[in-house]
Ligand binder design. Structure first.
Ligand code: ADP
Ligand code: MG
Length: 367
């Protein structure tokens, strides 16, 4: 493992910002650390880079504990959201600056500057000053400067968050290409789930200082290990109901019974459980369709035309409003409908949001 965090915990005074976080990044891997603002991502970056000393826990690089190693001896580069380029230095001087500390002779330094400016496609801007560059070009200079010392680990802390959407998507693809070409072990920090899913080999999803789930983007999306991952990673509908029987395990959803034949739980009868289901997994049927084993009766309250799909909002008596994604021929507002729940595509959680009841239905759940 190139980078490994073991039970990393950090307090600012009495505030617990990072709580017992453990995960690793393999050599050459691109892992996204994803979570809402304030969940502790930057604190983790600072602890890995050595800018803060964690309250407890360890940071290891190539298997060696570096928790007490000063930042300059860690061979880690960081790119932050805000520019840290020197305004009075040219592009090539900015890139070279990262190399002076490394005791690299001037000939080799010039070579590396050229090589990395070429990598980020900015060879023609070597003599420009940062203020003469666009926002996207400035980001690419930062990347070149971070990569030129050939770090063991590249930390990117929301590097695209200050850019507009089109540029963000273009640079995201550039980062993917550059990471592939250099093979640098990368931890990409973001609050943007689309960005994380598009870029990363693997995601570590954080919530309130703790890891809420980790795994490949698709398996986390399709089989979320926690209610937080289910709601944060893509959209999900929730339907709640009590456990009404244990043998076989039965959950009451509206006037319907969901029977989980292969599932056992310690949770007692009467406990409210919550099913998460993706908008694409739901389907709209006529109100009295007899062929649907599990469905909820409701009324269409809103149809939003998003060009490539419709979002149909349905008010149901037995649950929160449901949103169904439909590619074509949407119903009309006011229609009485039935919403079919596909039992195989429900993720069912106990009241803590972390106990999954339907593991047997979803064997690939990863935590
Ligand atoms: P993120 O990068 O995910 O937005 P941070 O690691 O910046 O999260 O912050 C995690 C928590 O720690 C937040 O509640 C934040 O207010 C708090 N925090 C961050 N930096 C400091 C600091 N220097 N002093 C006190 N509290 C801080
Ligand atoms: Mg942050």
């Amino acid at each position: 493992m190139m980078l490994e965090l073991d039970s990393l915990t950090h307090r600012y005074g009495s505030e617990l910002a990072v709580d017992d976080v453990s995960f690793g990044v393999e050599e050459g891997e691109l892992v996204a650390l994803l979570g809402p603002s304030g969940c502790g991502k930057t604190t983790i970056v600072q602890a890995i880079a050595g800018h803060i000393h964690p309250t407890s826990g360890q940071v290891a690089l190539r298997g060696a504990d570096v928790t007490d190693t000063p930042p300059e001896s860690r061979h880690i580069s960081v790119v932050f959201q805000q520019s840290t380029l020197y305004p009075h230095m040219t592009v090539s001087d900015n890139v070279a600056y990262g190399l002076t500390a490394r005791n690299i002779d001037s000939e080799r330094r010039t070579e590396l500057v050229s090589e990395y400016l070429e990598l980020v496609d900015l060879s023609d801007q070597r003599a420009a000053y940062p203020a003469e560059l666009s926002g996207g070009q400035q980001r690419r200079v930062e990347l070149a400067r971070a990569l030129a010392p050939q770090p063991d680990v590249l930390l990117l802390d929301e590097p695209l968050s200050a850019l507009d959407r089109t540029l963000r998507e273009r640079l995201r693809d550039e980062i993917a290409r550059i990471q592939r070409e250099t093979g640098v072990t990368t931890l990409f920090v973001t609050h943007d789930q689309d960005e994380a899913m598009a870029l990363a080999d693997r995601l570590v999803v954080m919530n309130e200082g703790t890891v809420s789930g980790s795994g490949e983007p698709r398996s986390l999306y399709e089989s979320p290990p926690t209610a937080f991952v289910a709601s944060f990673l893509g959209r999900s509908n929730t339907v709640s109901g009590p456990i009404t029987d244990q043998q076989p395990l039965t959950v009451s959803l509206g006037e319907q019974q969901l029977v989980l034949t292969d599932t056992q739980t310690e949770l007692p009868t009467g406990t409210t459980v919550t099913c998460h289901v993706r908008p694409t997994a739901l389907s709209i049927r006529p109100p009295d369709s007899a062929d649907t084993p599990l469905s909820l009766a409701g009324t269409v309250t809103r149809v939003t035309d998003l060009g490539k799909r419709y979002d149909v909002t349905i008010s149901v008596d037995a649950a929160n409003d449901l949103v169904v994604e439909q590619p074509a021929s949407p119903p009309t507002v006011g229609d009485a409908v039935a919403v079919a729940l596909p039992a195989q595509q429900l993720s069912i959680f106990g009241p803590d949001g972390c106990t999954r009841l339907d593991e047997a239905l979803a064997p690939e759940a990863s935590t």
